[in-house]
Design a protein around this ligand. Structure first.
Ligand code: GRF
Length: 209
């Protein structure tokens, strides 16, 4: 398997993207980030990309007459940079079918809870942590999963637990979950980089080293 050439899609501050980048720079993860694409002009992720000389693109659905052309532009940029893997690092838009089909089993998303709980459309950011706390959960966590054509339904690759403390607020829980997100994403990517991922009947198995 060729070296992972990752295209990152992100809508926000980009701390997950930055954590992946640091893990590449430290040598933990054998990969290269070939481009960062955001649907938000002022996304922190784009700024981090520019600071690190990674091609950075703002691509908004509003710039295209229909979703197919928006989708086609994202695919074009990924292909232009010869990406062979896609990371959704806080990307708040549904990825188009064309991109998903072109990168089958090669797209990872991160969700700040233990799927299938607290996932689906509208379940992102603080909404997730608020829902976890108001349900009274004792445990939450992180899910890094493959992306299929629905929201948050692809098979998990890595899941990690985070305790919910009695005095947690959505903010304090989000902060602890985020630290674990930063580890879990690179861990999942490392499995792909080492060609250790087998997928059978939606179950992801990691081959031993
Ligand atoms: C993370 O909590 C991630 O799980 C969610 O969006 C947030 C993105 O944070 N999907 P960042 O932009 O990576 O800092």
């Amino acid at each position: 398997m060729d070296k992972l050439r990752i295209g990152v899609l992100a809508s926000g501050r980009g701390s997950n993207f930055e954590a992946i980048l640091r893990n590449i720079q430290s040598g933990y993860l054998n990969a290269i980030i070939v481009a960062v694409i955001s649907n938000k002009k002022n996304a922190g992720a784009l700024e981090i990309a520019r600071e690190n000389d990674i091609p950075a693109y703002f691509v908004s659905a509003k710039q295209y007459p229909d979703s197919h052309q928006f989708d086609a532009q994202i695919l074009r940029l990924l292909k232009q940079h010869d990406a062979n893997f896609v990371v959704l690092a806080g990307y708040l838009k549904m990825l188009g079918k064309n991109v998903i089909r072109n990168f089958k089993n090669r797209i990872l998303n991160i969700h700040p809870a233990l799927l299938p709980s607290f996932g689906g459309k509208g379940m992102y950011g603080h909404f997730v942590h608020e829902a976890v706390i108001s349900y009274g959960c004792k445990v939450s966590g992180v899910t890094v999963h493959l992306v299929d054509e629905e929201y948050d339904t692809g098979p998990p690759v890595v899941q990690k637990c985070v305790s919910v403390l009695d005095d947690d607020t959505p903010q304090s829980l989000a902060a602890r979950v985020l630290e674990v997100e930063h580890q879990a994403f690179s861990e999942a990517l490392k499995f792909f980089a080492e060609n250790r991922v087998e997928i059978h009947n939606r179950r992801v198995r990691i081959k031993p080293n």
